[in-house]
Design a protein around this ligand. Structure first.
Ligand code: ADP
Length: 318
């Protein structure tokens, strides 16, 4: 879907920071409709030695967002939906790893062992995979991205910081018992690669935490016979992935929190409850979904409330 982003209003009270984001989204819309022109520098030469070669003026590129969150929280689901709305690629390092795994490349065996134990792939390997993906995208005229599953260590965050400006980091959160159920219920279509879920989650509220319900996400009939379970979605491996997340990836949340870029988002339920609330938190509006119309219009509206939220620090724009 080619997203058309419209600046619906620009209240005079709009903060300079919010204006910049709005302008960036406007650039995103124009870019998504324009034919890519021959690109300038190799923007995503993505190594520690590349210095600031990957930086592009925020006014002349699409959004550069990161999705953080524990295994199974739904990073892929929401990042891919947003990527369609904003007309930017959704780049999941877990997908890059799985692509490499399924190839007969030299890394394949080594990666299989690491991933199936729930461990993290080395920073060097992951950065090399991501760098290749970004460079291939750049060659195709892609601009901007939503990263999912990267950075996952402070070192990765520092390397990214050295070459790119990240505008916003969305930190998705869910109770740990729900995360486990979601991972165990996850199924993937071996043909189209889409994710589904057989778990029917209904957890009562306790100790001041709200209860949560999520309906299963069933596959369409043509995927039904092709469903597979990820080898790392067993109870033992999910628990290890969660342990590693708390140890290695939670410091990444602090890294971005200190920079005022972290938007914390507690998922209130499944997609029907969470998607509209996430859009609201991001001051985005999905007109297509609301109207079920053929028109493809995404409107980034800066209501007085939205600007207030930003000012109140609920979301920290750069
Ligand atoms: P999860 O459901 O745990 O978020 P992903 O699909 O993002 O899973 O990643 C699958 C596996 O790929 C991880 O467990 C890890 O082994 C590897 N991986 C993905 N991204 C990274 C990263 N940024 N750094 C190191 N390893 C990674």
């Amino acid at each position: 879907m080619a997203a058309l982003i419209r600046l619906s209003s620009r209240p005079s009270a709009l903060s300079a920071a919010a204006s910049r984001v709005a302008a960036r989204c406007f650039a995103s819309a124009s870019a998504s409709q324009a034919t890519p022109t021959s690109s300038s520098a190799p923007l995503f030469a993505f190594s520690a030695s590349s210095g600031s070669a990957g930086r592009k003026d925020a006014e002349h590129r699409n959004v550069q967002w990161v999705f953080l969150g524990c295994p199974g929280v739904g990073k892929g689901t929401y990042a891919s939906r947003l990527s369609v709305l904003l007309g930017v690629p959704h780049i999941a390092t877990g997908d890059l790893v799985r692509e490499e795994l399924s190839s007969s490349g030299p890394l394949s065996l080594q990666l299989k062992e690491i991933v199936n134990q729930g461990k993290l792939v080395s920073d060097e390997i992951i950065i090399s995979l991501l760098s290749k993906r970004l460079e291939a995208g750049e060659a195709k005229g892609e601009s901007g991205f939503i990263l999912d599953g990267f950075p996952r260590t402070t070192k990765q965050a520092e390397i990214l910081e050295g070459v790119m400006d990240i505008d916003l980091v969305v930190n998705l959160k869910l109770r740990e018992d729900v995360l486990l159920e979601k991972c165990l219920g996850r199924r993937i279509c071996s043909q189209c690669g889409k994710n589904f879920n057989v778990a029917s989650i209904n957890v009562k509220g306790e100790n001041g935490k709200p209860g949560i319900s999520m309906d299963p996400l069933p596959p369409p009939p043509h995927c039904m016979t092709k469903l597979i379970t990820r080898a790392d979605d067993t109870e033992e491996v999910v628990k290890e992935r969660l342990r590693i997340y708390y140890e290695k990836s939670q410091p990444v949340e602090d890294f971005y929190r200190r920079q005022g870029k972290l938007l914390e988002f507690d998922l209130p339920g499944g997609i029907p409850e969470s998607w509209p609330k996430l859009l609201e938190a991001l001051n985005l509006d999905d007109y297509e979904e609301k109207q079920s119309a053929t028109a493809c219009l995404v409107c980034w509206e800066y209501s007085a409330k939205g600007v207030g939220d930003i000012a109140a620090g609920r979301v920290g724009w750069p």
